[in-house]
Design a protein around this ligand. Structure first.
Ligand code: ADP
Ligand code: MG
Ligand code: ZN
Length: 222
């Protein structure tokens, strides 16, 4: 038996709509952490489970990220899930909105490469009852917040922050280290321009990385 005041809270009128019009709000889930922490793997896992539950899923990634596939989200462990490659939030909306009635779960990988408008879009989608799952880097190679992921974390229902394994010492890694050209030779066949590092091994502005400016123009190689 509910206490009267609890009951009145549960049945409190909503100012903007009648009870019949009300849509059950959706859910924003953010999967974050440094490179190699398993963000794409976790995103793919959640989206595949949603498909198993017969939810209609649509996935997106920015066209900056064409590492392995143009038409799929891909993890460093070669897992993939079909996705649309879009240039920006506007292009994402143009693909999603015409079929929005058919879509229940929206996945976005590499959220850090989208503009701040991604936050407004996620909020708009949950008002329509959609489940929105976004994966992306929380910090840049300089160790600074990587918009719009921190803003997404702030408005999320759930935030999962994963760690990678430090490539120097094996400790849990929270940072993405950008490597200088000479260091890249040391990791030939491995990560290339970036590796996961723990706080102790992370050296964002060390001299050994001075040549990172020369890497400008090579492109993003996450
Ligand atoms: P993210 O999307 O966060 O960059 P992925 O999901 O693409 O990560 O890849 C995670 C996978 O990368 C791990 O399961 C593992 O197989 C591999 N991997 C390679 N290097 C590392 C590392 N330093 N730490 C953890 N996993 C690594
Ligand atoms: Mg990834
Ligand atoms: Zn370390």
């Amino acid at each position: 038996m509910l206490m009267p005041n609890t009951e009145s809270l549960l049945h409190a009128p909503v100012a903007t709509s009648s009870a019949q019009d009300r849509v059950t709000p959706g859910r924003i889930e953010v999967i974050t952490g440094p490179m190699f922490s398993g963000k794409s793997e976790e995103l793919i896992r959640r989206l595949k489970r949603a498909q198993i539950a017969r939810r209609r899923v649509m996935s997106f990634k920015p066209d900056l990220d064409v590492r392995y596939h143009r038409t799929a989200i891909a993890s460093h462990s070669s897992q993939t899930l079909e996705a649309r490659t879009v240039a920006n939030v506007e292009a994402l909306k143009a693909e999603l909105f015409p079929v929005l009635d058919e879509v229940e779960v929206i996945g976005v990988d590499e959220a850090q490469f989208f503009e701040p408008a991604l936050v407004g879009l996620a909020l708009e989608l949950i008002q329509m009852g959609k489940r929105v799952i976004l994966a992306g880097l929380d910090t840049t190679f300089a160790g600074e917040p990587f918009a719009p992921v921190p803003e997404l974390m702030a408005v999320a229902d759930e935030v999962v922050k994963l760690s990678a394994v430090c490539m120097r010492c094996g400790a849990p890694a929270v940072h993405t280290q950008r490597l200088g050209a000479s260091q890249a030779l040391v990791v030939v066949g491995a990560a290339g321009l970036y590796e996961a590092r723990c706080r102790a091994c992370f050296k964002p502005y060390a001299e050994e990385n001075a040549e990172q400016l020369e890497l400008k123009g090579i492109g993003i190689n996450h």
